[in-house]
Each structure stands twice: as C-alpha cells, then as structure tokens.
Design a protein around this ligand. Structure first.
Ligand code: FCX
Length: 448
C-alpha cells in the first residue's frame, strides 16, 4: 500500500533517531537483573528484545500501541456485511495500527485492502506445491510453511541485499515483501485446505475472489466454505484474524521471525520459520488440540455430562501427565481477553451460542479453572484464546482441526511482518545472546 508505506517513511526516521539517542546516552543503563531461574526457565520475564506492535500485560492482556482489545474493536474501521450491516473490526485496520501506531481512516483501510487484493495471486511454483505437489497427508502447517518459504524465490528484499542496497534502505524491500506475503496468505491457506482435504475453492479461486474487490478476509471465508455465504462466518474470521495479529515479541512464533530476520533472511523465510514454531502443540497447535480434546470429551461423556463427570475427566488427563489444552499462558495471569472477545461474539450469535461444542467450551471454564487451581502447578489456570477459536470455526463448517493453526498463521503475520519492517528500519543488529553451561552457572554461585 503506497499510503501505508508513505506513512512509514515519515515515522521510521523519527523512531530511529529516538533509538540512537537512547542507545548513545543510556546504552549501559540496566533494564533488569537476569536470574538463574530465567536462564534455565525459558527466559520467562526476561526483557531482551525490542518489539513495537504490541505489549502484553499479565493481567490486562494485549494492548496494541496502548489500546486494549475493546478499544480496538470500537475505534478501528469495521467491515460492511453483505446485507449492509456493520461488522467487526477489520484485520487490515489492525495491520495499520500495529505498523504505525495510528488508527487508520476507512479510506486508508480500503486502499490497503485494494493493494493487498491486487497481489493476491500465487506464482505457478507455489500453486504447483498446493495443487498436488505436496502430499495431502502432510500436516497443513507444514504445507503452509513450505508454500510461504517458496515465495522467497522472488523476494525483493533478497534481491536488494544481493545488489548491495544501502542497509538504511532495506526496510523498504522488507515492507514490499511483507505486503506481498500478506496479500497471498489467504490464497495459500485456501490452497492448503484444498490440497489437504480436497475441500473449499482452492488458491486460484481465492485469489480471483480477492481481485473482485472487498476486504482481505472475505475471499478466504468464501474459499473455506466452498463458496457458500454462511451468516456470521466472515465476521468470525475477521475477528479471529484481528485478535491474533500480534501478542508482543517473546512468544515462539514472533521471537522466531525476529531472530531469523535479524540474520537478514527475507520476510518469507523469516515468517516460514515462525510458522514452524507456531506448529508446536504448546503454542499455536493448541487450537487444534483443544477442539480434538473437547470433541473427545463430548463423545466420551455424552451430551448430558454432569459437572462432576467433566471434573473427573479433567483429573484423568492431568493424572496421566498431559496438559489441558487451551489453559495456561507464559505471560498472562487472567482469562485471555481474546478468549473473552470470541466468547462475546459467539454468545451474541443466535446459532453459535446454541452450538453444543461452543457451549461446552463456555461451561468448561467454570470447571477447569478450579481443577487447575487445585492441581497447583499452572501459574495461570484461566483459558487462553486457543480454548475458544476451534469451537467457533467448527460451527461455521471448518471442521478440520489442523486448519485452525493455519488460520492462526494467516493472522500472526500481521505482527511478525510489521516488526520485521521496523527491525530493518531501526537498523537492529543480528541477535546473538550469550549461552552458558551448567558448570558456569554453578561456579557463579559458589560461595553465594
Ligand atoms: N494443563 C496442565 N498443566 C499445565 C497447564 C495446563 N493447561 N499449563 C501449565 N501447566 C503445568 C506446566 O506443564 C508446568 O508443569 P511442570 O512444572 O511439571 O513442567 C507447570 O504447570 C508450570 O507451567 P506454567 O509456568 O504455568 O506455564 P509455562 O509458562 O511453562 O507454559 C503454556 C505455558 C501455555 C505452554 C502452558 O500453560 C501449557 O502447556 N498450556 C496448554 C497448551 C496451550 O493452551 N497452549 C497455547 C498457549 C497460547 F495461547 C498460544 O501460544 O497460543
């Protein structure tokens, strides 16, 4: 989008100057003390990375440049439904906010959607992968990651680097590739669905629909529903895509894209790497796991299961050394506001609110939290967003649980790619933290 790029061109030098001043004047100022518990405990709470798009508060949840989700939902431009009614906030409006820190106008968002649509078509080499080149039995996340990596074939960033473009200019190419990738992600996801399950309209049709006009999400909603207009589905997807857009920098997918991008790998390679992390069951794959978990529980206990039956089922899971998917979080210590936003959306939908699995997820909350509290291990016994998303998507006909992480992968690109542009714009260096052996840690505490 030319307008978005032009705005970044104004903003990046300002922030880069602030960063230089801070580095020069306060470079040796300590941010915090690092403890042994942090070094051996997955770096929890260790402040070690610059991330601009959003910040996560343990109790309040995510804020995008200071705005919480309710404020975003209220202030960001919204979709227009087919019947003319106002829909939910648009993910491309969220992209604008994440990238610039500013609320876009409706006109700016429409312009951005148009620019994305113009680049929606996939190159033949990517289409080949998604039209039988990759085995249908390959996990959809692996297919997504391979298809995204394949776009590196035409990376403007990689070409610019090879030509020796000045480092200060690299962000412009990172931006170009990022917009290209965002434009193509819906068609890739539609292609993965068709290749894996033989369902939906596929990549070519999804890109064609995008070029007919409309917002970023509508073609994907239609491609996943096989062309059927399902009332509420496009809005559900839009909300999902906007909510999952960014969750600050330390989560596995964001951190991975940041790390790989710091080696000046192009945005396609950086984001493909991020997707491989998102495919882990403790991260994005939890969305798939939750639905399988809830469905299995529903089948095992029957529709009339009592609270005691459900409680017993949860204890069996915990006592067999497994986790309750969709509960807990590395940072959050309260119910995830993204969970609450999807629950609110579902409860206001006349059909979704009566869906048995959606209802079971709502009911589970009151039972699982006290069980996890009694279990006593989990720092956060409350539901995270993955608890809710699958139940919503299956209701609208997307029943293949492995696809939930793919949809998550479409969304998370908003934040990861935006930061990639800023990282290059701010001239951040290659990441190279120091590792230490157990011996060194032990020697360090001798006599302490
Ligand atoms: N069920 C059972 N036990 C849990 C648990 C859960 N939902 N969540 C945490 N625990 C356990 C941990 O396994 C750990 O046990 P251990 O001491 O025997 O190793 C202990 O509680 C302490 O972990 P905690 O500090 O609370 O959590 P971490 O920061 O280590 O891990 C995740 C956070 C999210 C990985 C963890 O809560 C989990 O495995 N949850 C289930 C999977 C899930 O829903 N993931 C999605 C998270 C997120 F929303 C996303 O990234 O998409």
């Amino acid at each position: 989008s030319q307008a978005l790029r032009a705005r970044l061109e104004e903003l990046i030098p300002q922030k880069a100057a602030r960063l230089q001043t801070l580095k020069k004047e306060y470079g040796s100022h300590p941010v915090q003390t690092t403890t042994i518990a942090q070094v051996v405990g997955g770096m929890r709470g260790m402040k070690a990375m610059l991330w601009e798009g959003s910040e996560l508060d343990a109790n309040e949840g995510i804020r995008f440049h200071g705005l919480n989700l309710e404020e975003c939902a209220e202030k960001l431009p919204k979709a227009r439904n087919v019947d003319g009614s106002e829909g939910v906030m648009l993910p491309e409006a969220m992209l604008w906010l994440i990238m610039t820190g500013e609320i876009p106008t409706t006109e700016q968002v429409e312009g951005l959607a148009k620019d994305l649509a113009a680049q929606a078509a996939l190159p033949e080499y990517t289409l080949k992968l998604l039209e039988g080149g990759l085995p249908s039995s390959l996990h959809p996340m692996t297919q997504l990651s391979i298809a995204v990596a394949s776009l590196n074939h035409d990376s403007k960033f990689a070409q610019a680097y090879e030509k020796g473009v000045n480092k200060k200019e690299l962000w412009k190419y990172a931006y170009e590739d990022s917009i290209t990738l965002l434009a193509k992600l819906p068609a890739i996801a539609a292609g993965v669905y068709k290749n894996a399950y033989g369902k939906g309209l596929g990549a070519r049709k999804c890109a064609e629909l995008a070029q007919e006009g409309g917002d970023w999400t509508q073609p994907l909603a239609l491609a996943l529903s096989g062309g059927e207009e399902r009332k509420g589905w496009a809005d559900c997807l839009r909300l999902y895509l906007a909510l999952h857009g960014d969750h600050e920098g330390g989560n596995v997918s964001a951190h991975t894209s940041h790390l790989v991008g710091s080696a000046l790998a192009d945005p396609f390679l950086s984001y493909s790497a991020a997707l491989n992390g998102l495919a882990g069951p403790l991260h994005g794959l939890a969305a798939q796991e939750v639905l399988t978990f809830v469905k299995t529980m529903h089948d095992a206990l029957g529709a009339d299961a009592s609270d005691t039956d459900i409680e017993g089922y949860l204890w069996d899971v915990l006592n067999s050394g497994r986790v309750i998917p969709g509960y807990g979080h590395g940072v959050l210590r309260k119910t995830d506001p993204r969970f609450t936003a999807l629950a609110k959306f579902g409860s206001s939908s006349p059909t979704l609110s009566s869906d048995p699995l959606f209802r079971l997820v709502q009911r589970l909350q009151a039972i699982a939290t006290p069980v996890l509290q009694k279990h006593g291990k989990t720092a956060n016994p409350f539901p995270n967003v993955d608890s809710q998303s699958g139940a919503c998507m299956q209701h609208f006909g997307l029943e293949e649980a492995p696809m939930y992480t793919v949809v998550f992968g479409v969304s998370r690109a908003l934040g990861c790619l935006s930061q990639g542009v800023w990282s290059r714009g701010l001239g951040l260096p290659i990441e190279r933290p120091k590792s230490v052996s157990l011996r060194v840690l032990e020697e360090g505490v001798k006599g302490a």
